[in-house]
Design a protein around this ligand. Structure first.
Ligand SMILES: [Zn+2]
Length: 217
């Protein structure tokens, strides 16, 4: 996000982010886990684009028999899933609010203070014991344990922060989008969709906020 935020050109206009298509590198094969890639097809003079599993493209159907999907259908699925979010906007906003509050009231930082104090005590004691030429392995283990616990908490807090930002982005989108969208929107897909997984009978649209919606396409 930081990188994207900084990709602003001199005129203050936002540059298109990395790849040409929002769907590039977010569409996944449910069978082999590989990504889908875009292929332009020319069928008896009729031109259209399809997306195919890379494993299948490179190694053939014996390597992966995942289906080919028309770009049109992928785009329609994204639009339908986004519209489902919009139509459930009021319920969603409630859930988002609860989740954001939960993250804020998390007690990670108070536990970290405790750990810091315990670690300090442990290290002081360790020095004393070591200076007295006694066995300090148990104390050293304890300090190490505390350090690991602190690292874990910090990691969790960073993840929670990320999740919170994504939820707030979704909230902001829902606040500004009252009507359902009518056509496929590259920017919106980039902003909201984390992943689309292609199954035989359906597409699973996974949003950055963690919400998953199945679409029959
Ligand atoms: Zn595959």
């Amino acid at each position: 996000m930081y990188r994207r935020a900084n990709m602003v050109s001199g005129k203050g206009k936002r540059r298109i982010y990395s790849s040409k298509y929002a769907l590039s590198s977010i569409v996944y094969c449910s069978k082999c886990g590989d990504i889908y890639r875009r292929i332009a097809w020319n069928n008896r003079g009729k031109k259209y684009s399809v997306w195919r599993c890379c494993t299948r493209v490179t190694h053939g159907p014996e390597a992966c028999e995942a289906r080919t999907i028309r770009e049109e259908n992928l785009q329609k699925a994204a639009v339908e899933a986004i519209n489902q979010l919009i139509s459930e906007s009021s319920e969603l906003k409630e859930i988002i609010k609860e989740n954001i509050e939960k993250a804020i009231t998390g007690n990670g930082s108070s536990r970290i203070k405790e750990i810091d104090q315990e670690m300090l005590k442990g290290q002081e004691e360790l020095l004393k014991v070591a200076n007295a030429k006694k066995d300090y392995t148990e104390l050293a283990d304890r300090v190490e344990e505390l350090r690991n616990e602190k690292e874990k908490i910090l990691l969790n807090m960073a993840e929670e922060k990320n999740e919170q930002i994504r939820l707030m982005e979704l909230e902001e989108f829902l606040d500004n989008q009252e009507l359902e969208i009518e056509s496929y929107d590259e920017e919106l897909v980039r902003k909201l969709v984390e992943k689309i997984v292609v199954y035989d009978e359906m597409l699973e649209v996974i949003f950055k906020s963690g919400i998953e919606i199945d679409i029959n396409k």
